[in-house]
Ligand binder design. Structure first.
Ligand code: B12
Length: 595
């Protein structure tokens, strides 16, 4: 590591950071006073912890089935859970685990909730909200998103423990920026206290959850780096904090061999004698169509089959997180979830016959490679941070690194190929898919647009671009295409509030502003963007694309908001040729022209 890299790592730690061990101890004290609850599942099925159920399934080599659901209100959610339970009673299609996706605002302190744009799904507010969900059906409940990993982690983790959610939180979301929230020290220290709560409940088998695709690894080019990052989280949570930990990942992992190899590696490195090392494996969410959606069964079912077979053979102990065939269109409905669950369980009924026909030799080799290189990546992280002068035994400092480090820099800095390749170049051992697929998509779009006569047409244009939420790749493709057509693109990155977008626009004085929005906040976000620009007396031609749907007040299902957004004066548009055609028709006026 060179001096610039060391200086960069040091710059991640603010001067006034409190000592982590003291903060952790405060969390442990808080945790000791929290009264552990028993969920309906635990009471009715007789498990002291859901971990015991998971361990039992692991021993038998049986698959645990999970779904992910976040409906418009707590009432809708409770009814949806009951619907799935009734469906199971009628058909025998049991769903073992419900992963609860609350609204992102659940992760914010209450005073900010009314001011921030609202995405899809319900907000957990009163203790009764958690309780109603934990009691809605006798299934294992996982209070996942916006617990651990959010600014409101401490309160939300306590609620999860009080309601018997054995797995809680998404630690990797520590890297997310939450709307209107900018106190990194409090963010990290409250998350450390939340880990203290889980450490206090270690013997009762409460586990800190994570989901790599949500966080830093979601930008990595190599699954060996994913694994190295996994070991880093495991080090912080288990070794520095004394809590339990299990790995989850997978929606951007579309090759079953890689997925199984990665799962084998996580099992080998992370499992404990009384607890599986893997919590859930999310299924391929990036290859689905948004048209003729029945075709998507053809994408999902072969993947499930391979995982069922690998689990039977190796007793990996994971749960499959099912996604319905509507994945590319909108958040899942209970009916769509039930349909995919039924297809998966029918597949499982006769899966024994496949196992002997399948050879997992490739996965075993890949697993060894991942472990070898991932372990080096992890060691490089620790030695790099230590060389830079950080205290690698202070959990607060280590969590601040996760919160603040740039993912792309992190992979470049610690990747073993840099030491192995004579010229110090990066090369992936087990390449991830998203970056590659996006470059191919960019190439297709650019060739098509050159064919339509757009080549070089944006030569004198400056574009400010940002993603309003955690979705990076849509904006990445937009950036690549506009750049290929000659534009100068100033890409702010992810998690941009409206004010951040306008700040960047004022700094750069672009011809156009492009915003990519996916998480259901498009309408609220558009309103805020326009109000702010009118307050600042600035007017930019703004284009917005991505997934422009949301849930209107009083409605249950998301719908497309493009019409409303267009009426407000922002150009809602998902097609790049259409956007460029419109850009070329917009004359630069003297509105903000200071050039
Ligand atoms: C990958 C993914 C993630 C990853 C992103 C990782 C990363 N580093 O980028 C992670 C796991 C972090 C994630 C998180 C969430 N996600 Co997500 N995610 C996806 C997924 C599977 C793929 C998105 C993607 O990258 N596609 C590849 C890119 C290249 O395609 P694209 O985004 O469609 O972009 C193209 C066009 O849309 C267009 N475009 C995009 N932006 C713009 C902008 C302009 C101006 C223009 C002209 C065009 C344009 O050009 C691109 C090239 O063709 C989709 C489902 C799907 N298959 O689409 C869900 C999906 C978008 N996610 C969804 C949700 C709800 C979330 C969460 C809110 C869930 C949660 N935890 O609560 C969080 C976001 C939280 C937050 N902080 O904002 C929903 C959105 C539902 C809705 N709006 O109704 C989807 C549809 C899944 C679903 N069915 O529930 N997600």
């Amino acid at each position: 590591m060179d001096d610039m890299e060391k200086a960069y790592l040091r710059s991640l730690i603010p001067d006034n950071l409190p000592p982590g061990r003291k903060v952790l101890q405060e969390g442990i004290e808080i945790g000791r006073k929290v009264v552990t609850g028993k969920s309906r599942f635990q009471r009715e099925q007789g498990y002291a912890s859901d971990v015991d159920f998971r361990q039992e399934m692991k021993k038998k080599g049986e698959m645990v089935w999970g779904i992910i659901m976040g409906l418009a209100s707590v009432d809708d959610q409770v009814n949806g859970m009951d619907y799935l339970y009734q469906f199971a009673q009628r058909t025998g299609v049991d769903i073992d685990v419900h992963f609860i996706i609350a609204n992102m605002l659940t992760g914010l302190p209450r005073e900010l909730r009314n001011k921030a744009p609202k995405g899809t799904s319900f907000i957990l507010d009163k203790p009764l909200d958690w309780q109603r969900i934990a009691e809605a059906a006798p299934v294992s409940i996982d209070f996942g998103d916006f617990h651990l990993g959010s600014p409101n982690a401490l309160e939300n983790t306590i609620r999860a423990v009080e309601n018997g959610s054995s797995y809680s939180g998404v630690f990797a979301q520590l890297a997310w920026d939450f709307p209107l929230y900018d106190n990194d020290i409090k963010f990290v220290s409250d998350n450390l206290k939340a880990l203290g709560v889980l450490a206090a409940k270690r013997d009762e088998k409460f586990v800190a959850g994570t989901y790599y695709d949500d966080g830093i690894p979601g930008y990595f080019l190599d699954y060996a780096s994913y694994l190295g990052y996994a070991l880093f989280e495991h080090y912080i949570i288990c070794e520095l904090c004394g809590a339990r930990y299990a790995a989850s990942y997978g929606q951007m992992m579309n090759k079953p061999a890689q997925k199984i190899a990665f799962t084998m590696a996580c099992c080998r490195l992370l499992e404990k004698p009384d607890q599986p090392g893997v919590d859930y494996v999310y299924t391929n969410a990036i290859d689905h169509w948004d048209h003729d959606i029945e075709a998507n069964y053809g994408v999902s079912l072969p993947e499930y089959l391979m995982m069922i077979a690998a689990n039977k053979k190796y007793h990996l102990g994971m749960r499959i997180q099912l996604i319905p065939i509507t994945e590319k269109i909108a958040v899942p409905t209970p009916t769509a979830i039930a349909n995919m669950a039924a297809a998966a369980r029918r597949l499982e009924e006769n899966s024994d016959q496949w196992i002997d026909m399948l050879d997992f030799g490739t996965c075993e080799k890949m697993c060894d490679l991942l472990i070898e290189k991932g372990t080096i990546f992890f060691r490089n992280i620790l030695s790099g941070l230590q060389d830079a002068g950080l205290d690698i035994e202070d959990p607060m400092q280590m969590m601040m690194v996760i919160r603040r480090i740039n993912a792309i820099k992190m992979e470049k800095m610690f990747h073993p190929s840099r030491q192995e390749n004579p010229n110090g170049e990066f090369s992936a051992y087990v390449p991830t898919t998203m970056g590659q697929q996006c470059l191919e998509e960019k190439e297709r779009i650019v060739q098509n647009m050159i064919g339509l006569g757009f080549g070089g047409k944006l030569a004198d244009k400056r574009v400010v671009l940002a993603s309003a939420d955690a979705h990076y790749y849509g904006a990445f493709v937009v950036d690549e295409v506009l750049t290929a057509l000659g534009a100068e693109v100033l890409n702010g990155g992810v998690d941009f509030d409206g004010a951040d977008v306008l700040d960047l626009a004022e700094e750069e004085n672009p011809d156009f502003v492009c915003v990519s929005v996916h998480n259901g906040q498009a309408l609220d976000y558009s309103k805020q963007l326009l109000e702010l620009s009118s307050k600042r007396n600035k007017k930019w031609p703004i284009f917005m694309g991505g997934k422009l749907n949301g849930i209107l007040p009083g409605e249950s299902l998301p719908q497309d908001m493009s019409g409303f957004i267009n009426e407000m004066g922002i150009i809602a548009c998902n097609s790049l040729p259409e956007m460029v055609e419109r850009m070329l028709k917009i004359e630069r006026t003297d509105r903000n022209d200071t050039r």
